[in-house]
Design a protein around this ligand. Structure first.
Ligand code: 0PR
Length: 395
């Protein structure tokens, strides 16, 4: 640290310089985040000091958090809505705002483990969960930190998890299943109803990772059952900081029943509330305000428009890519395209080096992964395809 403080001017010149190294999402086709809505940014600023780790001190920010959980509960067909206030609950469905999909997934699995340990089910020493092979790498962190075995089920030809493979991995030590509504790499939706049936038959918890898809699927023309409407679903991760257009960090975890949240409780004797259910202690009230503001401002109609725009770009990309000889691995359900190209790793490198395009690569099978977000334009797609054609023809 410098000994003497720098002036405001010096600091901001230093910061502007650093900011100029960021991409500003120009030519970014690899991100599931985007520019937050300006309403979210303003709301975030207004609540910049609010700490949801001490709810009693920030009753206003907490009210906004509860409002967000209520709105998300409605969006995800929760039968009735509640949120923790200290250690009491109003009704069945509840949840809280997390830092994103990773924290939500960790907490959902921690809840499964705790409920089983509390004697609700007779399992052996090392519990396991069954997840799709396509699960986000946050489950690698879970496998590493939670003392739980993570079993990966195979995908079918459409890159959805195969329920027969899931079933074959379930044994007496299995505590829960995970399904993904909007896979990170392919934008695919797992067969949630079939997984729900397996979960109910085997008395397992069933977490749906809709970190990306949660703000897409409800607004698509085609409807896919993926939320609390499906009876076996016990928890859902949904991220406002992805297609919800809120500020980072804004995630959410919703549980069907308060018992899950109860299982995460630790006592906080000297705080304004007696217990805490969250993974982190200090939490951003600014994120709650930002998410509340943008959800209320856009409403259902606004999100439908947002998804329509991204789907329009997706269709354009797929149709025009076909014209130059590139097929998608699967017909995109949402705004994620996995494009079959020769030597995807080299193509990715060349696209970045020569034309400044940020794209990513799917793990298995390897293909070019493109996420069409609100920051992309129709012109971007046209330029991208021209550049892709150049790069691939020179390979
Ligand atoms: N679950 C799913 C289905 C996800 O796609 C992601 C993140 C997570 C969980 C974890 O969410 P958090 O990163 O919020 O904890 N998917 C993106 C990915 O890994 C996250 C991302 C977004 C990465 C923007 C890069 C980026 O520029 O690709």
């Amino acid at each position: 640290m410098n000994n003497q403080g720098l002036s405001e001017e010096e600091i901001f010149s230093y910061l502007e310089n650093a900011k100029s190294e960021d991409t500003d999402y120009y030519r970014v086709l690899s991100s599931m985040c985007t520019h937050p809505h300006k309403i979210a940014v303003e709301a975030h600023r207004l609540f910049i000091e609010a700490n949801l780790g001490d709810l009693g001190l920030f009753a206003g920010a907490h009210r906004l958090e509860k409002e967000v959980i209520k709105m998300l509960g409605e969006l995800l067909h929760a039968p009735s809505i509640g949120t923790p206030s200290g250690n009491s609950f109003d009704s069945s469905v509840c949840g809280y705002l997390t830092t994103g999909g990773t924290e939500s997934n960790i907490q959902a699995v921690r809840g499964m483990k705790n409920l089983v340990n509390a004697g609700k089910k007779d399992v052996g020493k090392i519990p396991n969960i069954v997840i799709p092979e396509s699960a986000h790498f946050s489950f690698d962190k879970i496998a590493n930190m939670m003392g739980i075995e993570v079993r990966r089920a195979l995908l079918d030809s459409e890159l959805k998890v195969d329920p027969a493979s899931v079933e074959s991995l379930i044994d007496t030590n299995t505590v829960g299943l995970v399904g993904i509504a909007g896979t990170t790499e392919f934008g695919q939706i797992d067969p949630i109803e079939e997984l729900s049936r397996l979960a109910l038959e085997n008395e397992l918890f069933f977490h749906v990772d809709a970190a990306f898809g949660g703000f897409v699927i409800p607004f698509l023309e085609n409807q896919y059952p993926f939320d609390f409407e499906v009876p076996g679903v016990t928890s859902i991760a949904i991220d406002p900081h992805k297609m919800g257009l809120s500020t980072i960090p804004s995630g959410a975890l919703l549980f069907r029943s308060p018992s899950f949240l109860e299982s995460l409780k630790v006592s906080t004797p000297y705080l304004t509330t007696k217990s805490q259910f969250t993974l982190t202690g200090t939490r951003s009230g600014a994120s709650a305000a930002a998410t509340c503001a943008v959800m209320k401002h856009l409403g259902r109609e606004g999100y439908v428009k947002n998804v329509q725009y991204c789907m329009h770009l997706t269709t354009k990309l797929v149709e025009e890519a076909r014209e130059i000889g590139f097929e998608p691995l699967i017909k995109p359900l949402m705004n994620v395209v996995a494009l079959k190209v020769p030597n995807p790793d080299l193509v990715r490198q060349q696209l970045l080096k020569r034309f400044g395009w940020n794209v990513s690569i799917t793990r298995n099978p390897r293909s070019l992964r493109l996420v069409l977000m609100p920051h992309n334009t129709a012109l971007d797609i046209e330029e991208f395809l021209q550049d892709l054609k150049k790069v691939t023809s020179e390979l």
